[in-house]
Design a protein around this ligand. Structure first.
Ligand code: ADP
Ligand code: ASP
Ligand code: MG
Length: 407
């Protein structure tokens, strides 16, 4: 008997009708003779709604209480799905993250899973039950409730698939697979039949919200066969695996994008050996994630430094820079908001020079100004103004032959 982990996201469990549809998907998997563990998210926009309730009370709600609040969303879904399955004659048990033995580091809001004690799940499976686990949540060694970061139910599913040595992990969502770019924004985006872990990891890290980056990391590290597919349409999804076929030998496989980026520029930094390490250590100590960094030296031998952050982190960044002004020794700070990051990703880039050059040519031809650049072996990212983000995505998507018509 095989074991399959199925995960259903918020839109797939957004109403009672949809929960009944999920129960049907679970039944079909059971009928194939497999044991099934189901991971579910909170219904529809529940998590967003809970976040806004908290924000009505406090601009910076306590992180422990935030986790306590947000984990209630998933708890509703597991109970309803267990009822729906029982109603269909399929015995099922629901587990919260802590009942399922999902242990995380002691961090609120964005915890990593450190261990899974899977005995309770295994015992229920051995009794022939379907086990339903609340996604996105865990517990610390001392019993504090944590969450895994927005979109983290994917990670619950893949981590469970790894811990239980499942035959595969199916991520059911509101699109039919992983596309060359977000199909909600680019109508001629094309569904990929398969994609490598590395390419998917880059896309997820660079803003493609279809999978939580840590889910892809787990899948790669534990070699979990991961499939993204639709919960509504019964068609083949996208397989994420070690070596994907080089469909059409395309150099670029996908375009990802992310808005709400801010560029911070520190002007007139003393040109000393330690000024960079001091500034970035100080920011890191305050948990500020810095992305692209550009450094230049002025004629008067001072250093100007630009770096990009999430706009959400701007206030905290400015406060930290101000608090440490004496130590950091700079003249002034500038910040530019309403920026976005657009990235092209593909393993074929490693052996193909000129991809970045072509990207800049395409953007220039579309009058899009590039404000920052960063590259790795398999991606090139540019920071552009938010108002031209979709235009940049569409023109790159076309120029690198990713659109549907080119199939
Ligand atoms: P779920 O609630 O099922 O977890 P998400 O909203 O987290 O669903 O993820 C699915 C969404 O991801 C899609 O609706 C789509 O808009 C978005 N998305 C972003 N990039 C891509 C991509 N490259 N391929 C497919 N979907 C993408
Ligand atoms: N409910 C959580 C969120 O909305 C987790 C998830 O859906 O994966 O982020
Ligand atoms: Mg998601």
């Amino acid at each position: 008997m095989g074991l399959v982990v199925q995960k259903f996201g918020g839109t797939s469990v957004g109403s009672v009708e949809k929960i009944l549809n999920v129960a049907e998907c679970v039944r079909e998997e059971k009928l194939k003779g497999n044991n099934v563990v189901v991971v579910v998210s909170a219904m529809g926009k529940t998590t967003d709604h809970l976040v806004s309730l908290a924000k009505e009370i406090s601009a910076q709600p306590n992180k422990r209480e935030m986790d306590m609040l947000l984990t209630t969303g998933e708890q509703t879904t597991i109970a309803l799905l267990a009822m729906a399955l029982t109603q269909k004659g399929l015995p099922a048990t629901s587990f919260t993250g802590w009942q399922a033995g999902i242990i995380t580091e002691p961090v609120h809001g964005n915890a990593r899973i450190t261990k899974i004690n899977s005995e309770a799940i295994k015992s229920q499976l051995s009794e022939g039950k379907v086990v339903i686990v609340a996604g996105f949540q865990g517990v610390t060694e001392i019993g504090e409730i944590t969450t895994l970061g927005r979109g983290g139910s994917d990670t619950t599913a893949v981590a469970l698939a790894a811990a239980l040595d499942a035959d595969k992990c199916d991520i059911y969502t509101d699109v039919t697979g992983v596309f060359t770019t977000d199909p909600r924004y680019v109508k001629n985006a094309r569904k990929l039949l398969d994609i490598s872990y590395d390419e998917m990891l880059e896309l997820a890290n660079l803003g493609a919200g279809v999978l939580h980056p840590r889910a892809v990391e787990f899948a790669k590290n534990y070699n979990v066969k991961l499939v993204v597919r639709s919960s509504m349409e019964k068609i083949e999804g996208t397989v994420i695996e070690e070596e994907a076929t080089m469909e059409q030998n395309l150099i670029v496989r996908g375009v990802a994008f992310e808005d709400e980026i801010t560029r911070v520029t520190v002007l007139g930094l003393a040109n000393s050996l330690t000024s960079l390490s001091t500034i970035f250590t100080t920011l890191a100590d305050h948990h500020i994630n810095v992305d692209i960094i550009i450094q230049s030296t002025t004629e008067s031998n001072m250093t100007n430094l630009s770096f990009s952050i999430k706009t959400d982190d701007l206030n905290e960044t400015l406060n930290v820079l101000e608090d440490y002004k004496e130590l950091l020794k700079y003249e002034r700070i500038e910040a530019e908001n309403h920026l976005s990051k657009v990235s092209i990703v593909g393993s074929g880039m490693i052996s193909n020079p000129g991809v970045a050059a072509k990207m800049f040519e395409v953007l220039a031809a579309n009058q899009i100004q590039v404000k920052m650049v960063s590259t790795s072996e398999i991606k090139v990212s540019v920071v552009v103004e938010e108002k031209v983000m979709i235009k940049a995505v569409e023109s790159l998507h076309d120029a690198f032959d990713l659109s549907e018509e080119n199939e």
